[in-house]
Structure formats: C-alpha cells, structure tokens
Ligand binder design. Structure first.
Ligand SMILES: Nc1ncnc2c1ncn2[C@@H]1O[C@H](COP(=O)(O)OP(=O)(O)OP(=O)(O)O)[C@@H](O)[C@H]1O
Length: 298
C-alpha cells in the first residue's frame, strides 16, 4: 500500500468553539425498554485513533449511527468537527467518512465506479475526483482491481474499498464500525496498517471493536462500553497502570484468579506466599476489560 503525497491535505475546518473532533454529551438512546446507550459522555481529540471497545450489544454501533447522523439520540448532544449533529447534519456529513460494519458497496459496479458514485454524491468536480480516486485506489492497493466488479472482491478487498470510498471527499474524521470483523489475521493486519497510515497523514479515526487486541494495538485511547455505559476511558497504558502493571495468575477450583500489583517485586512477594503454581506477567488490556465488565471476552 502506497501513500501518495498530499491526498489528505485538508480544507481549513471552521469550528464553532470546539477544540474536539467529536463530543458526546450525556447521550441516551432507547429502543422501547432497551437502553442501547445509557448516558455516554466523552470527547475524541483531533489526531487520535480512538476505539470504542465492548461486547456485542454494548451500544457501539448505535453510538456511531448517532454520530454519523443516521439515528437521533433520545436525549443528549453530539458534535462532530464542531458542528451539532442535530442542527447541522449536512455540515457533519461533509466532514466525515463512514465505513459501515456491513458491506454496502454496489456489487454490480466496479471498484472505481463505486468511488465515482460517492464523489458525485459529494458534488466533486470531475478533474478533482478523477485524480483523487486514482490516488486512493493505489493507496489501498486496489489499482489492479479498479475496473473489476465488486462481486468478485474478497472480504479484505471489499473492506479496503469501503475505506477508500469513505475517504473520497477528503474528510478529516473517519468512523469505522468493526473494521476487521470476519477478516483473516493477515488481512486484519493490512487494515490496521492502512488505518495507521491514514491517521499519520492527519485523519482522526474513531472505530468500534470487540477485539481487545485491535484496541490495544491500534488505539491511542480506548473507551470501554458495557450495557451502553462508559466503564473505562484512557490510553491502553493508562488503563493497565490504573489496574497495576503486574498480574499474578493462578488456577483454583472456581477458575483463574488474578491479582494486580504496581511493581514486579510486589507481585513476586505476593506469589511467594502461595504453594500452588502461580504465573507473574505484565497486565494487558484484556485484564482491564475483564475487571471493568466482569466478562472474559470482548
Ligand atoms: N433498531 C433497533 N431496534 C431495537 N433494538 C435495537 C436497535 N438497534 C440496536 N438495538 C439494541 O440496542 C443494543 C445495542 O446495540 P448495538 O448494535 O449498538 O450494539 P453493539 O455494541 O454495536 O453490538 P454489535 O457489535 O453486536 O453490533 C442491543 O441490545 C440491540 O439489540
């Protein structure tokens, strides 16, 4: 995958009085009796890769759908690029790219035609859009597939095309809902590289994931959501440190028991008191996830 110079050069964003790329202020979303989102408040800063991590049904997709103008909150306010999602949805749409969880590409069209269609929806002039599309197809490594129909693409290729499509109109903020769901490990790594390259080129990224490894490897900051509530927020390092950087782990009759300590020495002293086999290791984000949600997997 190649980065061509200048493809992420951005127009200057005129923001109201916001310093944040994304602001979520006391947001609730109910579907009947189900509180899909239950009082979320946090910001995403310009330049970040921010990950919303949670189990299935935690409220991640609903949050992305509200931020990207697809559904309205029951209560609360959302701002993207300084614009109110409620009052200025058209401005919000101009400033965002969205990679949905489901592949909604036009399968009968070629990769290039899909991008042209998106550019036309954003009223991009022909000379600008042609160059941009060529550059993006090369950027996501699909130049050789540009004129082939999407129905012949693999899952990983379709995901790369979805990312290219989201970037056609040069948005400063990109939302990705479960960007690597269902992909094999090699393709997943390629998508991670692509997200990191985009971010280095200046794009602010907010993604959802239920893969803890994805959040730990990719995200500058992570918000862990459970039953629609934010239960932890910080960089992976901050979250691990807050729990204790060293873990003593051993098996008892009920299952695996874990205890956390700030230093290896304290962990070692604790483990010495036990007769059974104990392991001392560095704390990881999965430990944080289990502690704050009470669940074993993302
Ligand atoms: N349109 C809808 N109508 C009714 N309930 C909904 C609707 N959309 C979401 N929900 C419910 O809201 C809760 C949160 O769903 P959401 O899709 O936001 O979770 P998620 O964290 O994105 O999970 P997943 O990874 O499975 O998509 C779930 O209980 C879900 O069943």
């Amino acid at each position: 995958m190649k980065i061509k110079g200048g493809i992420f050069e951005k127009e200057k964003i005129i923001r109201d009085n916001s310093q944040h790329a994304i602001e979520i202020c006391s947001v609730f979303k109910c579907f009947g009796n189900v509180k899909a989102v239950n009082g979320l408040t946090f910001n995403v800063e310009y330049g970040e890769i921010f990950g919303l991590l949670g189990t299935n049904g935690a409220g991640k997709t609903t949050t992305i759908r509200m931020l990207t103008t697809l559904t309205k909150p029951t209560e609360g306010k959302l701002y993207v690029a300084g614009y109110s999602v409620d009052k200025n949805p058209v401005d919000v749409k101009r400033h965002i790219g969205v990679v949905p969880q489901q592949n909604n590409l036009e399968r009968e069209l070629t990769g290039k035609e899909n991008l042209v269609l998106h550019a036309l929806l954003h009223k991009m002039p022909k000379n600008v859009r042609e160059q941009r599309i060529e550059e993006l197809l090369s950027y996501v490594g699909l130049d050789d597939w540009a004129d082939k129909r999407v129905q012949n693409y693999s899952g990983g290729m379709a995901r790369r095309l979805l990312i290219a499509r989201a970037l056609v109109h040069n948005p400063p903020i990109l939302f990705l809902d479960e960007p690597t769901i269902g992909l094999d490990p090699q393709t997943r790594r390629k998508i991670w590289d692509l997200i990191q390259l985009m971010n280095r080129a200046g794009v602010t990224v907010m993604l959802t994931t239920h893969y803890i490894e994805e959040a730990e490897r990719l995200c500058h900051r992570v918000g862990i959501v459970d039953h629609g509530e934010l239960v932890a927020l910080g960089s992976p390092e901050e979250l691990k440190t807050s729990l204790g950087n060293y873990c003593v782990e051993f098996l008892n009759k009920e299952g695996t028991e874990r205890h956390f300590f700030p230093t290896r020495q304290e962990a070692y002293s604790y483990s010495e008191a036990y007769d059974c086999d104990t392991a001392i290791r560095r704390t990881n984000l999965e430990d944080v996830f289990v502690e704050v949600t009470g669940r074993e997997e993302g």
